[in-house]
Design a protein around this ligand. Structure first.
Ligand SMILES: Nc1ncnc2c1ncn2[C@@H]1O[C@H](COP(=O)(O)OP(=O)(O)OP(=O)(O)O)[C@@H](O)[C@H]1O
Ligand SMILES: [Mg+2]
Length: 467
């Protein structure tokens, strides 16, 4: 069955809305709209009214080109104010058969066990290692026989206030949010090859005002970080150094920006505040201003990689994507700075109907959102709506009754309940309403195996016989 989807990437310099049709995991772009960002600084909404205006404009163009109406969207959220933490979940498998239900249960348990700060909301829960019956590094536990399963997950979360402003801006544009994806994750989905995923890769999206870094190893994103620097900083530097208006500095950057070679050609530029008169500027100065900013940015990103403690696991090297990577020579400079690592520029994967304009590193995030929606996410994932995503078709077991913690608030509430598991779980058994957000089955209880002969175990067995 086909589905019409809308993806909105809210960047610091442009908002991009794309409408596409998705059928059996295939994406067909129908229309897109791009508008200049307003009310968005360094990846976050700073003025809801202006941001709404930008979204509306991009949306109107996309709808006009696609010739269809749609009022829900999957939206990107910047790595700014995003954090991640690792957690582990353990469950018993009473029937010894691992189905989607059990995988969901172990991931929900890992989420339940995590100490998510109150002011944060979970965006992705990504498993990076499964263990079944103490057998480590299981790639996919689905269909295996075991009596116990463990999972290590990376939980990506973002500050609630930041998320709430994003929601408000999108809703004010008349659009309901049906998915939120970390922008760095979306860019990674759009640019990584299967081999690179397997070998481990870092993806750095350098846009207008931000640099978003994610590291993908094994099955999932293991690390994300953010730097509030992008190509607009080069423009500002040029404007200041050359005493020329910002728009002229931007044109100089695009036209003459070249990290590989400089020339002593002189260009005439208007002077800021006195645009009647012109200044002669050597391209050597242009080169050194741009070089200094890019070198510094890449060096900070290289330090982030070191700090991630995952550098050893990045065998495939680095993908650079985002608008700034169109700068001539950036790959070569990055290659010299990220010593010993292969560097390539990441263009978004070619999907059907892709307009020429979108075949550009600046649109990796937007295309990644569509691919996420088409199923190119981590093999198992708990998404922003706390739903389990997976690619095993025909295994849509009723997963609603396995939401141990539906919202982050409930995670902390449930934590408080943890002390009282004996009583609260009894309550849940009596009140087993699958729509109830806090409901969970007795099999959901974290590793009861360890509690030999405990009252809980007896109570659980007794209750199981009853229901
Ligand atoms: N040839 C070029 N050389 C250098 N920078 C460029 C070039 N072409 C475009 N850019 C810059 O790319 C930036 C836009 O990139 P992109 O669209 O990826 O940003 P964004 O997604 O809006 O912002 P962010 O991801 O930081 O929130 C602009 O600052 C633009 O000047
Ligand atoms: Mg961007």
């Amino acid at each position: 069955m086909s589905e019409i989807v809308l993806a909105i990437d809210i960047g610091s310099t442009k908002v991009c809305a794309i409408i596409a049709e998705i059928e059996d995991g295939k994406v067909q772009v129908l229309g897109h709209g791009i508008s200049k960002s307003q009310g968005i600084k360094r990846g976050v909404i700073t003025n809801i009214e202006l941001a709404t205006k930008s979204i509306k404009k991009a949306l109107a163009d996309a709808k006009r080109i696609a010739g269809c109406n749609i009022n829900s969207a999957i939206v990107s959220i910047s790595n700014a104010y995003a954090k991640s933490l690792n957690s582990t979940g353990v469950v018993n498998i009473p029937h010894k058969d691992i189905s989607i239900k059990e995988i969901n249960r172990v991931m929900q348990t890992a989420l339940y066990n995590a100490s998510v700060p109150n002011e944060y909301e979970v965006v992705h829960v990504l498993p990076y290692n499964f263990r079944v019956d103490d057998q480590d590094f299981i790639e996919d536990p689905f269909g295996m026989n075991a009596s116990r399963m463990e999972v290590d997950v990376n939980i990506i979360m973002t500050q609630k206030s930041n998320l709430s402003n994003l929601k408000k801006a999108v809703r004010s544009a008349g659009i309901e949010i049906d998915g939120i994806v970390l922008s760095g994750y979306a860019s990674a989905i759009a640019t990584m090859d299967p081999d690179e995923k397997e070998l481990g890769i870092a993806v750095v999206d350098i846009g207008g005002q931000t640099s978003n870094l994610v590291i993908h190893t094994g099955n999932s994103i293991r690390y994300n970080n953010f730097l509030g620097v992008g190509s607009n900083h080069i423009t500002n530097d040029l404007s200041m150094a050359l005493h020329t208006p910002l728009q002229i500095a931007e044109n100089v950057k695009i036209r003459h920006g070249n990290l590989l070679e400089s020339s002593n050609e002189i260009i005439e530029l208007p002077i800021i505040g006195d645009e009647e008169n012109r200044n002669g500027v050597s391209l050597e100065i242009v080169h050194s201003v741009i070089y200094a900013r890019v070198e510094e940015t890449l060096m900070i990103l290289a330090k982030m990689l070191e700090k991630s403690a995952l550098k050893e696991q990045i065998s495939a090297g680095i993908i650079l994507t985002g608008g700034m990577t169109k700068l001539k020579g950036i790959r070569e400079l990055a290659q010299a700075i990220f010593t010993g690592m292969a560097v390539r520029i990441g263009y978004p994967k070619n999907v059907d109907g892709l307009f020429e304009e979108l075949k550009d590193p600046a649109y990796s995030t937007a295309i990644g959102l569509l691919l996420y929606k088409a199923g190119y996410h981590t093999p198992y994932e708990i998404n922003f709506q706390q739903e389990m995503l997976h690619s095993k078709s025909g295994h849509e077991d009723n997963l609603n009754d396995i939401k141990i913690a539906n919202t982050v608030n409930e995670v902390s509430e449930n934590k408080a309940m943890k002390q009282n598991t004996k009583f609260s779980s009894q309550e849940n058994a009596e009140n087993n309403d699958s729509d109830s957000p806090r409901s969970f089955s007795f099999e959901d209880l974290p590793d009861i195996k360890k509690e030999k002969g405990s009252t809980i175990k007896k109570l659980t067995n007794w209750a199981k016989q009853l229901f």
